[in-house]
Ligand binder design. Sequence first.
Ligand code: FE2
Ligand code: FE2
Length: 138
Amino acid sequence: MERGRRFCTHGWDHLLDVARLAWIMALEERLEAEKEIVYAAALLHDCGRYKQYEDGTPHEEASARIAPGILEECGFVYQEREKIRDAILSHRSVSVAAEKSLRGILYRADKRSRRCFSCPVREECDWPEEKKNLKLCW
Ligand SMILES: [Fe+2]
Ligand SMILES: [Fe+2]
């Protein structure tokens, strides 16, 4: 559904960027996090994006509904599924941005993954200017 989209897309590059950034953040912030859970949350956080195109459902809500079934098939136990579902549901909520938690790193990795500094359509993007990644951070 994003074929031909000029702005940021939500495919494998984005999902893997978010997973790797989130894991780096978990290590740097010395969070008690399991790599498998961080990767699962990152890889599934936008899985409901198609619903947003189809009927306007916010994709964090759609993703949080779809992900638990996939996680169950992959062998994640209820507690793990709930933790991941909760992080997915809040990945667009600025209220979790500063948290030292799975929710916090997923939020920050998602935003940090966007390469606004080299984006050819940056001026037309609806992200507020202050949210755009205009500097390369490490
Ligand atoms: Fe998203
Ligand atoms: Fe995302």
